[in-house]
Design a protein around this ligand. Structure first.
Ligand code: UFG
Length: 325
């Protein structure tokens, strides 16, 4: 298949590109490099620098015999989305509208969408099913849910074949591609940097949650496992697989468990202190990913936290300043 990957210079998009190429697909990357990195663009892959809001740009890319689109390009910082919602609606929702217009014009119907656990907000259940209530608590989650709903409407109206993949806490790295957000807000890269002395001590956002050790529990899924789910999903869109699927690890780890696992992996102590709770953090978010396993035939290779951290650490050691190109 010839697949257009929007956001292919970003964290998850670059890893999925790597896996699609390895699976024998031809990839065309579209990225405006606003948060992605040119150094993350997979070698020998066709790359178009441009913005999805530029309709003529994306129409010209899609006019080149594209079989399917994997859409990652989006802003994804929860806190920023609360402070500046229009930035998120414009880039994420308007960008998706422009992309879908271009797909309709070009007659491309197969669409894999990078969605998020943030569509669930702060659910009551600790094991979240796709049928759990969709009540985002921030603008980021609202934009992703709006797009999911738009995809269903386009599916009914003109035969779009969409599959939304709702990621929980993506983590880890391949040898070639890793996590480089600026600013970095995610736990595992911050833990590594604190241990490596590249920033101050790690602040644990609260230890008074109703969890066994008082710190928040999350479902960390290896980005390699995410990538295999994307390849499977893409290859099965033509069989009629559609809707939304959770992609998680099925088990949760607390902030303290992540820190302790990182210390075991690195053999270095992580300097830390307990700080205030971060607003909007639910105590526990763990996915039920049974549907993805059953429907896609997906099997996770990395259910434990140590191998995920080991890969993240390996990439960080090789790229202490992240992508430099
Ligand atoms: N944490 C700390 N200290 C830090 C950073 C994080 O204690 O310096 C804690 C958080 O409070 C949370 C856990 O580590 O309990 C994980 O936090 P992340 O910021 O790494 O990830 P989130 O769970 O907040 O967010 C992730 C994705 C979002 C997505 C969300 C869905 O990064 O894009 O899951 O719930 F929207």
């Amino acid at each position: 298949m010839r697949v257009c990957v929007t956001g292919g210079a970003g964290y998850i998009g670059s890893v999925v590109t790597e896996y699609l190429v390895a699976a024998g697909h031809e990839v065309v990357i579209v990225d405006n490099l606003s948060t992605g990195h040119s150094g993350a663009v997979t070698d020998n892959v066709e790359f178009h620098k441009g913005d999805l809001l530029d309709r003529s740009f994306i129409e010209s890319v899609l006019s080149g015999s594209i079989d399917a689109v994997c859409h990652f390009a989006a802003f994804s910082q929860v806190g920023e989305s609360v402070a500046d919602p229009l930035k998120y609606y414009e880039n994420n929702v308007s960008g998706a509208i422009s992309l879908l217009h271009a797909m309709k014009t070009a007659g491309v119907t197969d669409f894999l969408f990078s969605s998020t656990a943030a569509v669930y907000g702060e659910p009551e259940e600790t094991l979240i099913e796709e049928t759990s209530a969709l009540e985002p608590v921030n603008a980021y989650g609202n934009t992703k849910l709006a797009i999911e709903r738009m995809l269903q409407d386009c599916s009914k109206a003109w035969g779009l074949r969409p599959l939304s993949l709702r990621y929980f806490n993506a983590a880890g790295a391949t040898k070639l591609h890793g996590e480089d957000h600026r600013p970095e807000t995610h736990l595992i890269p911050l833990v590594l940097d604190a241990a490596l002395g590249r920033r101050g001590e790690l602040v644990i956002f609260g230890d008074d949650y109703s969890t066994p050790d008082g710190t928040c529990i999350r479902d960390y899924i290896h980005v390699k496992d995410l990538a295999t789910a994307h390849v499977l999903g893409l290859e099965q869109l033509s069989d009629g697989i559609t809707g939304a699927l959770n992609l998680g690890n099925g088990q949760g780890f607390s902030v303290l468990q992540v820190i302790e696992a990182a210390e075991r992996v690195m053999g270095i102590e992580v300097p830390r202190r307990i700080g205030e709770r971060r607003p909007g953090d639910p105590a526990v978010l763990v996915a039920s990913s049974g549907n993805a396993e059953r429907l896609l035939g997906w099997k996770r290779e990395y259910p434990e936290i140590e191998p995920i951290i080991k890969d993240a650490f390996g990439w960080r050691k090789e790229h202490p300043d992240g992508y430099t190109a």
